[in-house]
Design a protein around this ligand. Structure first.
Ligand code: FHN
Length: 429
């Protein structure tokens, strides 16, 4: 009897509470959050039948293409050059440690083999294969974490009834219960069939702000299937019960440059910020607004300094290949990460608020001052720096750096130090 009771108590400790309102993450989930924060740099991938048109992932909506006509894109989606190996290699050589890939975007097309809708890559295209299964296997093999992006919003399904008025938390048209149940079944497939999935990234909440999305059931189900899975929702709000990380879109936490983050009060959860490598999420033939390697490195360092991961997006081409502008830039970022990753991976931020010259990250007893804007004076000032500095040197060399600590903070002197491309890192012990 005592044995059974002990086993029961152990089981209860390993299973999260299902009701999202009273969600208590398991020890495994807390450990997964910690690991996630250590990874720091991830690859976001927007890829779907919309990629064929080369006008971004909103093309169906923006160009007023009817659902019936848009569905034809599936008839000739045949990404013969898709290679999970190449995608994972690309991520790894850029220094990225996880991949978040669109399993289903707002167009409602499932990029994975699902039994819940015939409108999926295996059944509705001449490709007849499941790229997400190949990707999951390759990620597992290569030690890259895999997260699935999953759209709550659906432009085509009759039970979602896009455009419907919401009354009492439900669309007046369509069949809300049926849609919620459909999503739960697909999420179950994604979590149980694909090896090693570590996170679900929801998007589209903002389209139905007053709807009851049944998050207690949805998040509860996910954590019941795998308590360590990290749930995040791009609702642009303060985190809700049942979520495990908070994401920001095109904004470093604390900024609101895009207008998305106005209501996004920063919570206690691990943070992530996503940004595009040019301007578009999905493949866009006319988008030449490529960010430079310097801009991307600064974004990554800026995110780490604010205690956030950086999820950088690419939109692969319809054949599955990644365009050369992206591979060229990311090779430079990867090279930089190889040399300087110590100051990013496994670190935490928010030691001091971002300064005009840059940010600080830290790991164990080492603090990294990232100077991205060279100061006019011959020093940087770190306000309210706590702890006694015993040594300061230029990272990567043993060049000693002069410093002075006072009540109001630390002064680190830069005389004799040459500013390095992208980021000059001073290591403080
Ligand atoms: O509408 C989507 C958009 O297509 C893209 O997926 C981004 C990624 O953060 N999220 C939505 C806009 O908030």
């Amino acid at each position: 009897m005592k044995k059974i009771l002990t086993m029961l108590i152990m089981c209860m400790a390993l299973t999260p509470k299902i009701d999202a309102q009273t969600y208590t993450p398991t020890a495994g989930n807390l450990a997964a959050r910690n690991t996630f924060q250590d990874l720091k740099f991830g690859l976001f991938i927007h890829w779907g039948i919309y990629s064929e048109l080369g006008r971004g992932e909103w093309v169906m909506n923006n160009d007023h293409i009817s659902y019936k006509n848009y569905k034809r894109l599936a008839d000739f989606f045949n990404p013969q050059s898709f290679s999970a190996r190449d995608w994972v290699r690309f991520a790894k050589s850029a220094g990225m440690k996880y991949i978040t890939v669109t399993s289903r975007h707002h167009d409602g097309f499932s990029m994975f083999g699902t039994k819940e809708s015939p409108y999926n890559i295996v059944d509705a295209t001449p490709y007849h294969k499941d790229p997400l299964m190949e990707l999951a296997k390759e990620c597992a093999k290569e030690g890259i974490q895999l997260h699935f992006y999953y759209s709550l919003l659906d432009w085509g399904r009759p039970d979602y009834a896009y455009g419907s008025r919401i009354v009492d938390g439900k669309p007046v048209n369509g069949n809300w219960e049926s849609y919620i149940s459909f999503m739960k079944k697909q999420l179950t497939e994604l979590i149980t069939k694909y090896p090693g999935v570590k996170g679900i990234w929801f998007d589209g909440h903002w389209e139905r702000k007053t709807a009851d999305w049944h998050y207690d059931e949805i998040y509860g189900l996910i954590h019941q299937l795998n308590p360590s899975i990290l749930v995040g929702n791009n609702h642009h709000l303060e985190p809700k019960a049942g979520e495990d990380f908070q994401m920001f879109e095109k904004d470093l936490p604390g900024n609101n440059l895009t207008g998305f983050s106005g209501e996004a009060k920063i919570g206690e959860l691990p943070l992530e910020t996503c940004e595009t490598i040019n301007k578009s999420w999905g493949f866009d033939l006319s988008d030449n607004n490529y960010k430079s390697s310097a801009q991307l490195i600064h974004y990554l360092v800026g995110a780490a300094g604010r205690n956030a991961n950086f999820l950088l997006n690419i939109g692969p081409m319809p054949d599955g290949k990644i365009q050369s502008e992206f591979t060229d830039t990311m090779a430079i970022v990867g090279k930089w990460m190889k040399q300087n990753g110590e100051s990013i991976y496994g670190t935490r931020g928010n030691i001091v608020p971002p300064q005009p010259w840059g940010v600080i990250t830290h790991k164990n007893k080492t603090f990294y001052a990232h100077i991205m804007v060279w100061p006019q004076e011959n020093y940087i000032f770190i306000p309210k720096f706590k702890g006694k500095i015993s040594k300061a040197e230029l990272m990567g060399t043993k060049t000693a750096v002069r410093y002075k600590q006072q009540e109001e903070g630390a002064f680190v002197y830069l005389d004799g130090i040459k500013s390095l491309p992208y980021d000059t890192i001073i290591q403080l012990q």
